[in-house]
Design a protein around this ligand. Structure first.
Ligand code: ATP
Ligand code: FE2
Length: 351
């Protein structure tokens, strides 16, 4: 934090956070004392297949002004009431990140207020710590684009394990599309797999790949898809087996991180955190270790602007504003590259 920042000024004010790393354009507004005032999300859902970064970015550009306006209205604020603007600087898809960054820069410069860049993965952890009132967890962040086991150690969030290829959400979604499921009525493909898996009775062995502390899902996806196409297996049994194998892998790596760090809390976040079977497996593991498991509520576990606004506040307190030249996007920004000064000495206002 630049010493010239006036700490008193930071007690009152509002941060607007913009999230646009992938298929959602989302805006959140949080007051400096931590009250969540607005959480508005506009999801881009392609008719078919996965995300096309440029099409998603076009969606974000089309809805940006409307979503920002709606968030201000929900918060009961005018744009001039904002004190800082935060945006997800990375990691994510280049065209999508660029659209969010452009909107954030334009808003901050129009209002002549500071601009703050936030790491998307750290934002997931920080909002989870805040809403679940957790202080020092091992976090399992599982979504369409990410699979990371991380915990605070030394002066930053360290990656204890991560996927070597595709993310778990991507694995579930691709399998779902390969077997002919299509998204309907806002039910995520992963949730459709979960529902089918509940009717599964027979376990079909599939590749279980944990290398050191890292995970690989592509062999599992290929094999499950191949078995479906070969015929002879019930889809329900394949969904059940896919979940059992993938979630056991995630539980194993998370358990080893808990054992290594001796942390007493596990935080589960990201879109896949909604899965009851994954929650149950992790809960059994954490209870056996005498630790506690927390699941981040859906509205804050999915990509959202609130997590960006809140982490923007934490970061601004210590690091101040970004200059325009520092505000470029960082598509490959890793959690372990980020300085986390607000956790130095574990200040109580950061939790
Ligand atoms: P990120 O940028 O963080 O990777 P994303 O937009 O890809 O985000 P999220 O919105 O956090 O991901 O989550 C979407 C993923 O969550 C999809 O892969 C979806 O299938 C999965 N998902 C949602 N509900 C469930 C569920 N009940 N079980 C398993 N997976 C689920
Ligand atoms: Fe995310």
């Amino acid at each position: 934090m630049s010493s010239s920042l006036d700490a008193r000024r930071l007690k009152e004010g509002y941060c607007l956070g913009i999230e646009s790393t992938a298929d959602d354009f989302a805006v959140g507004i949080v007051s400096f004392d931590g009250e969540i005032l607005a959480n508005v999300i506009s999801a881009y859902s392609p008719e078919k297949g996965g995300i096309h970064p440029r099409e998603a970015a076009r969606h974000h550009a089309n809805v940006a002004a409307k979503v920002i306006g709606e968030a201000l209205e929900r918060a009961g604020l005018k744009a001039k009431d904002l004190s800082i603007v935060a945006f997800a600087q990375g990691p994510g898809l280049g065209p999508c990140l660029r659209t969010g960054a452009t909107a954030a820069r334009a808003l901050a410069s129009y209002l002549k207020i500071p601009l703050v860049g936030v790491n998307h993965c750290i934002a997931h952890i920080e909002i989870g710590r805040k809403v679940c009132k957790v202080s020092d967890p091992v976090t399992l962040y599982v979504s369409g684009g990410n699979t990371i086991v991380t915990a605070f150690a030394g002066d930053r969030y360290r990656v204890f394990g991560e996927t070597l290829d595709i993310a778990i959400g991507n694995c579930l979604d691709t399998f779902a599309r390969e077997v002919g499921l299509t998204q309907k009525g806002g039910v995520p493909l992963g949730a459709m797999i979960e529902n089918l898996a509940k009717k599964g009775k027979r376990f079909i062995p599939l590749p279980y790949t944990v290398k050191g502390m890292d995970l690989s899902f592509s062999g599992l996806l290929t094999r499950a898809t191949q078995l479906f196409k070969d015929g002879g297996y019930r889809l329900e049994d394949l969904c059940f087996s896919l979940q059992e194998v993938a979630f056991s892998m995630l539980t194993e790596v998370t358990e080893r991180a808990v054992a290594h760090t001796e942390k007493r809390e596990v935080l589960l976040t990201g879109g896949v955190a909604a899965n009851r079977r994954l929650q149950d497996m992790l809960r059994v593991m954490t209870e056996e270790r005498g630790a506690e498991m927390y699941v981040v509520p859906k509205q804050y576990a999915l990509d959202n602007g609130v997590m960006i606004a809140w982490t923007g506040i934490l970061r601004y307190r210590y690091k101040g504003a970004l200059s325009l030249s520092e505000s470029g996007i960082r598509p490959k920004w890793r959690v372990d590259e980020v300085d986390v000064p607000w956790r130095r000495g574990e200040r109580s206002d950061a939790s």
